[in-house]
Design a binder for this molecule. Structure first.
Ligand code: ZN
Length: 253
């Protein structure tokens, strides 16, 4: 039994538990090179959030993980078959309904637990914060919680060494042999401002990569994935605990 997973919990237990923080995992449904499944970001969201919540629960934090939203922002990939785009405005509507429920039921803390690079909840949280002033609204992106450089040789943007290692650890039966994977080579924007990171424009994905990957998966291993998963879940668990225990009237030092 996992009392911190809402989809696996029953009404009596839910009624009797004073949850301190809700966690909403948010993935995406999209091609991940030739070797990883479309549900890669969903699997990561589900598994990392659940393990972090377990660690937090064992330390007394009353965390409840909501069901994962499976569709993310994929506006860059209209030409990739069955990449399912959920527009940011739709995400805001979904998020607003969930925040309204939590607010009504006096669960005043929510962490939007992001697992997809194209999702960005900051502006939505700003807008919903005005509408629901009692709520503490936060987002986190689990794969940025620890420095990937400490675990992997090649930088991963999408379906590269990090993601492949993590899925090799979590769901090896869903990973095609790496000999079938593309090299994840990707073009960069020509503009210096964008290369330097202070200017931004959306990439047209299929003009940038041949195999949908951005990042070379060749050096991925399940061992690297396990080490990264454990480090990330520990760090995320600590954040869940910090938020659960935070005094809403004393958030700043
Ligand atoms: Zn991914």
């Amino acid at each position: 039994m996992r009392p911190y997973i809402l989809a696996e919990t029953h009404w009596k237990a839910v009624k009797e538990t004073n949850y301190e923080v809700a966690v909403l995992p948010w993935g995406a449904c999209e091609a991940h090179n030739y070797h990883l499944p479309y549900g890669t970001d969903i699997i990561e969201a589900v598994e990392v959030a659940a393990e972090a919540a377990r660690l937090a629960w064992e330390q007394g934090a009353k965390v409840i993980v909501l069901p994962t939203v499976p569709f993310g922002v994929n506006t860059v990939q209209p030409d990739v078959k069955l990449d399912i785009n959920m527009n940011p405005s739709t995400q805001l509507a979904v998020l607003r309904d969930i925040v309204a429920v939590l607010n009504r039921q006096e669960i005043y803390k929510l962490i939007v637990f992001n697992s997809h690079g194209g999702n960005d909840f900051k502006t939505m949280i700003r807008e919903l914060g005005l509408e629901f002033p009692k709520m503490f609204l936060s987002s986190c992106t689990w794969f940025r919680a620890v420095d990937q450089k400490d675990y992997f040789e090649k930088k991963d943007d999408h379906a590269g060494e990090m993601e492949t290692s993590v899925i090799l650890h979590l769901r090896p039966e869903l990973v095609k042999p790496l000999s079938e994977a593309g090299d994840g080579a990707a073009k960069k924007f020509r503009m210096k401002g964008i290369q330097e990171g202070w200017a931004w424009a959306e990439r047209k994905w299929m003009q940038v990569t041949k195999d949908t990957g951005v990042g070379d998966p060749a050096k991925a291993t399940a061992e690297k994935g396990k080490a990264f998963f454990e480090a990330a879940t520990q760090k995320v668990a600590n954040y869940f605990i910090e938020v659960a225990k935070a005094d809403m009237n004393d958030l700043y030092v």
